[in-house]
Design a protein around this ligand. Structure first.
Ligand code: CTP
Ligand code: CA
Length: 225
């Protein structure tokens, strides 16, 4: 029997979610990016709408339709994503950083297509991008701030380190060493970590996982108030 229920656990709340990869241009025809599909962030946006939230989705370039009722802001670079994330924070109750932000960008963008030279080795100079979720967590309007940690080893210890370093309220730890889950996949398994709790959510579809995450987030958000 298919049970269709709606808890409306986020009624009256506003959620901002970053999703997908960022793209860092090198010249007019090339960029540095990653394989993030955006599926987890989009699934969270849809689950948050179903739970009654107002949702702003700050999205890098992905091949996904915008879920119904979601306000989507399309961005390209990490710097664009930062600016879009800092806008409207005053009305944001919960911020979820699901995007796979490029850690570095080229120090400069060539005005014209870079030509192949005679040298066999080419060096690129990169500069660190701003940390979006840490900047949001450090803002005067700090919402309940949630990050993701995709790791291939020492998953929980790296995740806890990021929770503390970025001053997050929660981190969703994701072991991406196993194939078939996480990055660019349809399924995922995670551990939700706060300073006081640790909750395992076993492998399931990103859609189901998003529903479970949204219910846990709603609960922990309300406990924090
Ligand atoms: N994040 C962000 N801005 C960045 C880098 C990461 O907002 N410039 C966010 C991601 O969206 C995620 C969390 O920070 O929610 C952790 O991202 P991750 O790449 O795991 O952390 P880093 O601090 O970049 O560390 P590393 O890549 O070295 O593991
Ligand atoms: Ca990173």
């Amino acid at each position: 029997v298919a049970t269709c229920f709606n808890t409306r656990s986020l009624e009256g709340l506003e959620i901002h979610i970053t999703a997908g990869p960022t793209r860092e241009p090198l010249d007019p025809v090339r960029y540095i990016s990653n394989h993030s599909s955006g599926k987890m962030g989009y699934a969270l946006a849809e689950a948050a709408i179903d739970a009654g939230a107002r949702v702003k989705l700050i999205s890098g370039p992905v091949n996904l339709a915008t879920p119904a009722h979601v306000e989507r802001v399309s961005v390209t670079t990490a710097q664009d994503m930062l600016h879009a994330s800092l806008e409207g924070l005053a009305s944001c109750d919960i911020f979820i950083a699901c995007a796979a932000v490029a850690d570095y960008r080229p120090t400069s963008i060539a005005e014209h297509k870079i030509k192949k030279g005679n040298e066999e080795i080419m060096e690129l100079h990169l500069v660190k991008n701003p940390d979006i979720v840490a900047t949001v967590a450090a803002s005067a309007d700090k919402p309940f701030t949630i990050g993701f940690a995709a790791e291939t080893r020492d998953v929980l210890s790296y995740a806890k380190d990021k929770l503390a370093r970025k001053k997050l309220d929660m981190i969703i730890a994701n072991d991406v060493s196993q194939t078939g889950i996480g990055f660019n996949s349809d399924e995922n398994a995670v551990t939700l970590v706060t300073t006081t709790t640790q909750i395992d959510i076993p492998q399931t579809s990103k859609r189901q996982l998003a529903k479970q995450l949204i219910e846990q987030i709603a609960l922990l958000y309300k406990q924090s108030k």
